[in-house]
Write a protein that binds this ligand. Structure first.
Ligand code: SF4
Ligand code: SF4
Length: 386
């Protein structure tokens, strides 16, 4: 272990909030921001049994391309940053590592591997560490698991090996769907320290029981996709813009996630300083009836666009498409404004799935009880990326 790593472990798990009172800063609009005020906005929660005291709002770096936003977040006191091997073709890890290099001992970093074998996952980890410029990550997630059968013994073994080698502190997996299958299986294995799950207001109370069970088992719960697809990028002058850009809907969405102690921290995506400043305030804001009204309106508009990953589809695609994933890929482009990300994920599908076109089907057997326009969104993914 490096000297910095040893010192860090010797210092215990609770990282101090940096002293920021004398730092001055400004957001994207150039307005000066009171750092003392922002520091007062920080709230910490302990991530399950890991002992990691994380800010309740952390930072999902997946779509961030401006390193200064990450640097500024760390200076404000946000202390947990999430990336993955595949984000931006590896460039996301490079940027995150460079942005946090001088702050490494003050922050927690997680990354992920989608490797399907022990060897592939461990190779990914070594590449991640090299790219991030660190000798360990705090959490290493198995990336994007949907079924209990995805949590194969050799990947768990890879995490054990990595732990023993001091390359990771804690083991986790991430999931976008199939919660009723994969999360209980993950709990039962008694192997995982942390689970990173999609969780947002479109899901209501549907996974509360699962979250309670994970909490009772001492697993740290991290929420992603908290903005239910974002959809900040609607063009001015369109009806979608008028509705989705309504003031406060995104802050309300984050507050909705933080309102429950079932979640230890949330990792919203942030691409600029204004979003960062707004998200920081969610740590101390109470969720109330105004938020509820905003989110009810938001739900009416994003409802057909955002798959909750509940696994409750009526019918299955006769061509074998992973329809829930394809709805998500279309969301990356239309909701986040991240065409390249959606295309990257689409191109990871097997050739035979990429070649399918919904327009060749006379009917689609899939119905979503939550009102997602499944065939419309899958066809949209094919139109965008095919
Ligand atoms: S399409 Fe609907 S039913 Fe199917 S997983 Fe998504 S939200 Fe659930
Ligand atoms: S319309 Fe699309 S999603 Fe539906 S069965 Fe055909 S290929 Fe599958």
């Amino acid at each position: 272990l490096s000297a910095s790593r040893r010192n860090f472990l010797a210092a215990g798990l609770a990282l101090p909030a940096a002293g920021f009172a004398n730092i001055t800063s400004s957001n994207k609009s150039g307005a000066p921001v009171s750092m003392q005020k922002l520091e007062d906005s920080l709230r910490y929660r302990t991530l399950g049994k890991t002992g990691m005291k994380v800010t309740s709002v952390a930072f999902g770096c997946m779509i961030t391309s401006d390193a200064s936003v990450i640097e500024r977040a760390a200076d404000l006191g946000i202390n947990y940053f999430d990336t993955a091997r595949v984000y931006q073709g590896g460039n996301n890890e490079r940027m995150v590592g460079a942005a946090l290099k001088s702050r490494r001992q003050k922050v927690y970093i997680s990354t992920k591997s989608g490797g399907r074998t022990k060897e592939a996952a461990l190779t990914d980890l070594d590449t991640s560490l090299r790219t991030l410029g660190t000798d360990y990550v705090d959490i290493w997630y198995l990336h994007g698991k949907t079924h209990a059968s995805d949590l194969v013994p050799e990947l768990l073994e890879a995490q054990e090996i990595a732990k023993k080698a001091g390359k990771i502190r804690f083991a986790g997996f991430s999931t976008h769907g199939g919660f009723e299958d994969v999360i209980p299986a993950g709990i039962a294995l008694k192997h995982f320290d942390v689970i990173l799950t999609s969780y947002n207001f479109t899901m209501g109370s549907s996974i509360d029981k699962i979250l309670d069970d994970a909490k009772a088992a001492g697993i740290g719960m991290v929420a992603m996709k908290v903005m239910a697809g974002g959809f900040r990028t609607a063009k001015a002058g369109t009806r979608q813009y008028d509705v989705l850009k309504r003031d406060g809907a995104f802050l309300s969405a984050l507050k909705w996630v933080l309102r429950t102690p079932r979640i230890d921290t949330a990792i919203p995506s942030m691409t600029d300083s204004d979003q960062l400043d707004q998200n920081v305030t969610a740590m101390t804001s109470q969720y109330g009836s105004t938020d509820e009204k905003l989110l009810a309106a938001q739900l009416r508009h994003v409802g057909p666009l955002v798959c909750r990953g509940c696994g409750g589809c009526e019918g299955v695609c006769s061509k074998g498409l992973p329809t829930s994933d394809l709805v998500r890929f279309a969301m990356y482009a239309d909701g986040y404004g991240q065409f390249a990300l959606g295309r990257e994920r689409f191109l990871e599908l097997p050739d035979e799935q990429r070649a399918v076109r919904c327009s060749d089907c006379s009917t689609c057997p899939i119905r979503c009880p939550n009102g997602v326009d499944v065939v419309g969104r899958v066809a949209r993914a094919q139109e965008l990326f095919g």
